[in-house]
Design a binder for this molecule. Structure first.
Ligand code: NPW
Ligand code: ADP
Ligand code: K
Length: 491
């Protein structure tokens, strides 16, 4: 599990730490971590450090101060260091003095002409250290910084974060540094876990500067494969088909049986518990998944511990009746697709919500907008607010999946591939979450585990070529195997 802290929380922690540790020492600790990583990168890319050319991109604040101090440390190893001051007259004074003491070169780059003048130096650099802006960044990079960044062709080491990426949201509002590696201090910030900004981070190293004891609980977390594999429910010696949870699936229609087949198949693959299907696509479900107990309606479905409902049920009267019956059961329920649209349209359906029984809502961005308004650039905040407002677990789909519970806890899963971005793959996710809910998994974890296994199933099924959602279902088992292997539970 990897945690991240917002910039406000990091600053508060830093303030507390500064009561015990002088700020100059803190900056030198941070900068030393940058210098060590820079030396590693120089060796990896050029075979050595002495005489290698490093440019420091130095902004107006402490992020630039870190870069300048790192430059001073690198000078002691014989590195040829040039600082480009992008906010001339405002560079960190002590850092600048330290670099000058060690023989570093300093060039002011305050306008377009000065950028042009340093272009040959940028082109000849073996490594650039990005100290343009750190956690105080706001908005897109200023023009001079943006122009310098656009001219970079060497490996880049970002200080704290790649400049141009919003630290708290991971949004990339304009040109931004694409780092080969990033050294951050004491704590990951949200951008390190959230797309699209996290794609600019490269290899991430967190350097300990003593901030740990001051940080408290992270604002958001990303699960590792290891965590998902450890948690995934599998049958034990005392289990039978009922003890592992029975999930009911209410999906699809006679005209569109696909959603029913996909969601039900995914529920079968996700856990060893039993799966019941209730709805008009019973024949198609029975002929594809013979292990599923099928009935024509939710009322006749028999006992279940959780429901997965919504995909393909329609947003008309029939769909609404199906949803009412599911919600009236008062069980943990994963609600997707048409169920979300119906909840957005018919406020009275919320009367069926007992806040002590968790609903997991899994909207894509369009469904989210219908339900809770525009997502905006701060996806974490939007999902957290929706989860609080509806007293539900909300999972917002996309390249970075964000899961929030009503108490404000957030789990994120940034996908390393996009193969699951195909029609019907959301139905597969719904079935998986339903099965996990029936097994008794904590709802937010169920949602986050499913997102992680779903993405991995996509990768395994695709093996480099596009797939349809049907191909995902048989890969769910393999994905769970990989996750459990990561947790050391399989050889
Ligand atoms: N937290 C910790 O524990 C530790 C923190 N440390 C370090 O301090 C860093 C934070 O430093 P910081 O607060 O001085 O601000 P920083 O991010 O350098 O920004 C400086 C100025 O940049 C400007 N600017 C803003 N947006 C911009 C844009 N889009 N494009 C261009 N420029 C932009 C804006 O200036 P303005 O021109 O608006 O006055 C802003 O004031 C942190 O990231 C880490 O590296 C470590 O040393 C030790 C431990
Ligand atoms: N660019 C992307 N990268 C990774 N995953 C994605 C991307 N776009 C969508 N997804 C995932 O694909 C699935 C699509 O679900 P959904 O939009 O409900 O599709 P459908 O309604 O067709 O089933 C979700 O799990 C979502 O997180
Ligand atoms: K930076």
């Amino acid at each position: 599990m990897r945690g991240a802290w917002t910039t406000t929380r990091v600053r508060d922690a830093e303030d507390r730490l500064l009561r015990r540790v002088p700020s100059a020492r803190l900056m030198r600790r941070a900068a030393y971590g940058v210098a060590v990583e820079a030396a590693v990168m120089l060796r990896a890319h050029t075979g050595g450090t002495s005489g290698r050319r490093v440019v420091l991109l130095v902004g107006a604040g402490n992020n630039g101060g870190d870069a300048l101090w790192a430059g001073a440390f690198l000078r002691r190893r014989g590195v040829d260091v040039t600082a480009l001051l992008l906010a001339p007259g405002r560079a960190h004074p002590e850092g600048l003095a330290a670099l000058r003491r060690t023989g570093g070169r300093v060039v002011e780059v305050g306008d377009h002409d000065e950028v042009t003048a340093v272009a040959p130096r940028l082109a000849a650099a073996d490594l650039a250290v990005d100290g343009i802006v750190g956690i105080s960044a706001s908005g897109p990079l200023r023009p001079v910084a943006a122009e310098v960044v656009s001219r970079l062709s060497c490996p880049v080491l970002a200080v704290d974060l790649p400049s141009g990426v919003d630290p708290d949201t991971g949004a990339v509002p304009g040109p931004a540094v694409r780092a080969t590696a990033t050294v951050t201090f004491g704590a990951r910030k949200p951008l390190h876990l959230l797309g699209p900004g996290s794609e600019h981070v490269g290899e991430l190293r967190v350097v300990d500067i003593g901030l740990g004891p001051e940080l408290g609980e992270p604002d958001l977390r990303a699960l590792d494969r290891h965590d998902v594999g450890l948690g995934w429910p599998v049958p034990g010696p005392a289990d039978d088909k009922y003890t592992q949870g029975v999930v009911g699936v209410a999906a699809g229609s006679s005209v569109f049986p696909g959603a029913a087949v996909l969601a039900t198949g995914a529920a079968v693959a996700a856990t060893s518990g039993m799966v019941r299907y209730a709805g008009p696509a019973a024949d198609a479900v029975r002929s594809t998944w013979p292990e599923v107990v099928v009935t024509g309606s939710v009322e006749d479905a028999g006992r279940v511990q959780a429901w997965a409902a919504g995909p393909g049920i329609g947003v008309g009267e029939t769909g609404r009746r199906v949803l009412e019956q599911v919600l009236a059961a008062g069980l943990p329920t994963c609600l997707d697709a048409d169920a979300i649209t119906l909840l957005a349209r018919h406020e009275e359906l919320w009367d069926l919500h007992d806040p002590d029984t968790t609903w997991v809502l899994t909207p894509h961005e369009g469904e989210f907008t219908r339900l809770a308004g525009e997502v905006g650039t701060d996806r974490v905040d939007a999902v957290r607010r929706a989860a609080r407002r509806f007293r539900c677990v909300v999972l917002l789909k996309g390249n970075t999946t964000v899961v929030a519970d009503p108490d404000g806890h957030v789990l994120v899963n940034r996908s390393t591939s996009s193969w699951v971005s195909t029609a019907g793959s959301g139905d597969v996710l719904t079935g998986m979450i339903g099965a996990l809910l029936a097994s008794g998994a904590e709802p937010a974890l169920a949602a986050a585990w499913a997102a992680s296994a779903h993405e991995l199933a996509g990768e395994l099924a695709a093996r480099g070529a596009p797939i349809g959602a049907s191909a995902l279902v048989p890969s769910v088992s393999e994905a769970i195997r990989v996750l459990r292997r990561s947790a050391g539970l399989l050889p």
